[in-house]
Ligand binder design. Sequence first.
Ligand SMILES: Cc1cc2nc3c(=O)[nH]c(=O)nc-3n(C[C@H](O)[C@H](O)[C@H](O)COP(=O)(O)OP(=O)(O)OC[C@H]3O[C@@H](n4cnc5c(N)ncnc54)[C@H](O)[C@@H]3O)c2cc1C
Length: 415
Amino acid sequence: MSKQQRALVIGGSLGGLFAANLLHAIGWHVDVYERVADDLATRGAGIGTHDELFSILRRLGIAVDTSIGVEVRERVCLDRDGSTLLEVALPQMMTAWARIYRPLKDLLPASQYHFGMNLERVEEDADGITAVFSDGTTARGDLVIAADGIRSSVRAQMLPEAEPRYAGYIAWRGVVDESAVSRSTHAAIFERYAFGLPVGEMMLVYPVPGRDNDVRPGKRSSNFVWYRPCDFATKLPRLATDASGHCHGVAIPPPLITCEVVAEMRAEAKALLAPQIYEIVERAPQPFFQAIFDLESPRMAVGRVALLGDAAFVARPHVGMGVTKAALDAQSLAQCIADAPGDLFAALARYDRERRLFGTRVVARSRRLGAYIEAQLKPPESRTAEECDQRPEVVLREIGAKLANIEELTAPAAA
Ligand SMILES: Cc1cc2nc3c(=O)[nH]c(=O)nc-3n(C[C@H](O)[C@H](O)[C@H](O)COP(=O)(O)OP(=O)(O)OC[C@H]3O[C@@H](n4cnc5c(N)ncnc54)[C@H](O)[C@@H]3O)c2cc1C
C-alpha cells in the first residue's frame, strides 16, 4: 500500500478549510496551521454567494437549506432624495462569512486544526517540504497549500514579485440589527439589494444572517459596503490613525478608528445618500473600512507549493467572488491530484493552468467594474469612456452577477 500523502495547509480561513476538507475527502492527511490564536467565527461581515459555492458545500456533505442565508429577490437603486431610480428583479442569496466558516471548521477533526501557528518559511528538498513556524516548530509534508491570504508569507517567499496593488479606494462597512431599522426603511430596502450611486462612488446595502447566523425575520441584519475614492498618500493615513496618533498602515482595527473619522463619514453619507440608506450607516454601531487592493500571481504552483484563494489572486469585491473563487481553487486542486495518482507535479501543473486563467480573468473583470471609482483620483479630462461609465442599469446587473452567466469568466481558454 502506498503511504498516505500529507498536506500542510497554511491559513485556516475559508480557502484553507475548503482545501483541507476536500483533500481529506480524497484520502490525504491534512493539517491546517492558522496564525490567529482563537476561533475565527467572530470575523467577517456579509458576503454574496454563487451556486458553485453551494454545490461544493453539498459535495462535502454540508447542508445547504434555507438557513444558509437571506435571499434578496430584487435590486433597487435609490436617488439622493430617496426616490427609486431603477428596479431590477435579480435573486441572490446573501450570507455571512461565519455561516460558511462554522460548518467547514466543524467538519475537520479538531486535532488537525492548529491555532496560533505563524508560518515563517518553507524549505523544500527532493523528498518533501517542511514548514517552519515562528515558535521554532516544524511540520513535514508532501505539499504546502498557501491559503494565507493577500499578505501571504508563502507567496512572499516563493514569488516576491507578486504584490498587492492599491485600487485607489476604500470600502466602509457596517452591520445593523434588523430590530434597529425603522419601519419605513425596513419596508423600503431591508429585504432588497439597495444601491446608492453618488458620482464616482458605490454604496450597497443588503440583508445578511444576524447574530449566531439567525435568518428568522426580525433577527437578521443589514450590511452596508460603501466604496469611496481615497488617496493613498494623504487621506488613507489620516483615516488609519488612532486617537494616540499612531498610524496603523492600511488596516486599523475597527475599535481604534477615531470618533472624528466616523462622524465625518456619517456626515458625508447624510449629504450624498438616500435617507433610507443613510439610516443604515447612521445606526451601524461599529463602522470600519478596508482598503481595496488587487493582486495577480504569475503562478499558482511552485515546486511543492500550491497557492490558493486570496494568496494567489485578489479581485475587488464588486465581483463578490472571493469565497467562491477560493472554494473553486480548492475543488480544482483536489480534482487535479485525484486525477494524477502518484504524480503530484503533473497535478500541480494542471491546477496552475486552470486556476491561473480564472484568477486573471476575475481580477480583470473586477477592475473594470471598479474603474469609475478608481478614476476619481485622475483629472476628469484623462478618464476613458469606461472610467466614466456609472450607469445604474449596468452597475445593478453586473455587480455580483451569477457566475454561469458571466462569459468573460467561463469561456473556454483560447487554444
Ligand atoms: C470589502 C470586502 C468585501 C468582500 N465581499 C465578499 C463577498 O461578497 N463575497 C465573497 O465571496 N468574498 C468577499 N470578499 C473576499 C473574501 O473575504 C476572501 O476572498 C475570502 O475570505 C477568501 O480568503 P482566503 O481564505 O483565501 O484568505 P483569508 O480569508 O485572507 O485567510 C487567510 C488566513 O491565513 C492566515 N495567515 C496569514 N498569514 C499566515 C501565516 N504566516 N501563518 C499562518 N496563517 C496565516 C490569516 O490569519 C487568515 O486566517 C470581500 C473582501 C472585502 C475586502
